[in-house]
Design a protein around this ligand. Structure first.
Ligand code: NAP
Ligand code: G3H
Length: 481
């Protein structure tokens, strides 16, 4: 592995000027791979954050008045610039959040595609025309023009695991609909976010239309969330953070995409080879640090031995090591996260789970662990591990699967593996999740599909079309003839 170090301070963006904080304070970002320095970002003061929020507000009316074709053209140019920077941004994502380079570059190209599709979809926003005669006393002489108007300033807060894609999935729909943006990237992921916004500035971002602030969420978070210039919040991250923000934000419209505990339900007649392939890649890619990772397997007892044998074979075939070397299972984002996963494994072992396969721990690198005979008493059966451990729970019938899922406090996605579509639909109908995948792993894309979590997994809907909807509100003008 090549050790890279970069002591550069990556500045924040205010009114299209790249600036360093007057506080002189910075946050050093270390790579999860090898602790080499990725760079530093400013730890902004409250005054600086306040100025950035106000700048976004000040630019909003003019941006909303800018013809839609110009807003769309900006997004297309942004996508082009991002593609030109694919290698550079891919390398930074890889270094900063420890993703293998092909996934990191893939994130950049996926984002360019997402932005282009968002631009096209933005052209299709339509209002409505209504007459009053559908209601007693209304009459045809009352005519309503229902317009779709932007909220104002969208606060976009993103998590570390897709520092470019999940940020752009908020920024692009906000901009195309005439909102301006205050963007707060995850601290671990901020440099990738800054580089992505560099591409937007190169594309011709008008002054003030997006301002980027950096600093720890625990320090500046509450201040921005409650800032009077903010009119809508789009947040992706952990459930506890999301719930906290929702409370603070009070009456501000908010979309929350939060944690998950997605199950793979495997019935007796499933194609077990396909199920094992999908489950292992769904559970362990990027070390399970995806909201949509498969986080528990519920398998029928009759086929459990066969499935576990196939899972074991595949898990043992995964490469483990540094992201820079292209390993499948890579170091977790930090030691704290690795410690948490280890406590879940220890708890399960203490309570009698069978360790099918595991490996050593080297700092924040955890070898993949497969646990069988996991029971409801074990924390790993319920808590979001967000790491490379997969619990298998054996069940005797579909009702047990449905019951376990209805008691799951998360409700992002679920997979069902079966060859019987009648069974698949019957079970799918009973699951309280945003999405059910039949014979495939849980995953967000393609990015124009609606993407949502229920229960503790979120509020509101993302996915290109729905994200655009969430960033607009109705405004009614009534003509009284
Ligand atoms: P996180 O710790 O909740 O952080 C997410 C973002 O919130 C970061 O930008 C963080 O800033 C910021 N933040 C923290 N405290 C804040 C506050 N009081 N006010 C405002 N912002 C605040 O989540 P993470 O560790 O980055 O991501 C992992 C979690 O996200 C997992 O639970 C995963 O399932 C979930 N996730 C969900 C989805 C989905 O679409 N459903 C997608 C990806 C991830 P700092 O970085 O500065 O702390
Ligand atoms: O981490 C959460 C992401 O939204 C998951 O996206 O299913 O494309 O990996 P993905």
């Amino acid at each position: 592995m090549k050790l890279r170090q970069d002591n550069k301070i990556y500045p924040f963006l205010l009114n299209n000027e790249w600036k360093e904080s007057e506080s002189g304070k910075t946050i050093k970002i270390l790579s999860p791979d090898d602790e080499s320095i990725v760079g530093s970002v400013p730890s902004m003061t409250q005054e600086e954050v306040d100025t950035a929020a106000r700048a976004s507000k000040q630019a909003q009316l003019e941006w909303a008045d800018t013809p839609i074709d110009e807003r769309v053209a900006l997004l297309h140019r942004w996508a082009d610039e991002l593609e030109k920077m694919e290698d550079e941004i891919g390398a930074i994502i890889q270094h900063e959040v420890g993703k293998d380079v092909s996934s990191a570059k893939g994130e950049v190209t996926r984002t360019a595609e997402l932005i282009r599709y968002t631009a096209e979809q933005g052209l299709r926003v339509k209002g409505e025309y209504m007459t009053g005669d559908g209601f007693p006393g209304g009459g045809k002489n009352k005519k309503a023009l229902v317009q779709k108007v932007p909220h104002g300033v969208v606060l976009a807060i993103s998590p570390f695991n897709y520092p470019v894609n999940l940020s752009a999935a908020k920024i692009a729909p906000a901009l195309v609909t005439g909102n301006t943006v205050l963007f707060k990237p995850a601290t671990q992921g901020a440099i990738s976010g800054i580089k992505m916004i560099e591409a937007l500035v190169k594309a011709g971002l008008p002054q003030g239309v997006l301002n980027l602030v950096t600093g720890r969420g625990s320090v500046i978070g509450d201040f921005i969330v409650t800032h009077p210039s903010i009119d809508m919040i789009s947040f992706t991250g952990g459930t506890e953070t999301g719930k906290h923000i929702a409370k603070e934000a009070s009456m501000i419209p908010i979309v929350l995409e939060l944690g998950g505990k997605d199950p793979a339900i495997v019935l007796e007649d499933a194609n077990l080879d396909k199920a094992a392939n999908e489950i292992v890649s769904g559970a362990f890619s990027y070390s399970g640090q995806r909201c949509t990772a498969i986080k528990r397997v519920l398998v029928m007892e009759d086929v459990a031995d066969d499935l576990v044998r196939k899972l074991k074979e595949k898990v043992e075939g995964l490469t483990v090591g540094f992201a820079a070397d292209g390993a499948n299972v890579v170091p977790m984002i930090d030691d704290k996260s690795a410690n948490y996963v280890e406590t879940l494994i220890d708890d399960a072992k203490d309570k009698g789970a069978t360790v099918v396969t595991t490996g050593e721990r080297k700092k924040n690198l955890l070898y993949p662990t497969l646990l069988d005979n996991v029971t409801e008493k074990m924390r790993v059966a319920w808590e979001e591990q967000f790491g490379p451990v997969l619990p298998v729970i054996r069940i005797n019938n579909e009702f047990e699967a449905i019951d376990l899922e209805r008691r799951n406090k998360y409700g992002l996605q679920a997979s069902i593996f079966t060859n019987n579509m009648e069974d698949a639909f019957r079970i799918a109908d009973k699951l309280e999740t945003g999405t059910v995948q039949l014979n495939g792993k849980t995953s967000r894309g393609p990015d124009h599909f609606p993407f949502l979590g229920v229960k503790n997994s979120g509020q509101g809907v993302q996915g290109i079309g729905r994200s655009i909807d969430s960033m607009l509100r109705d405004k009614v003008v009534v003509i009284n003839l």
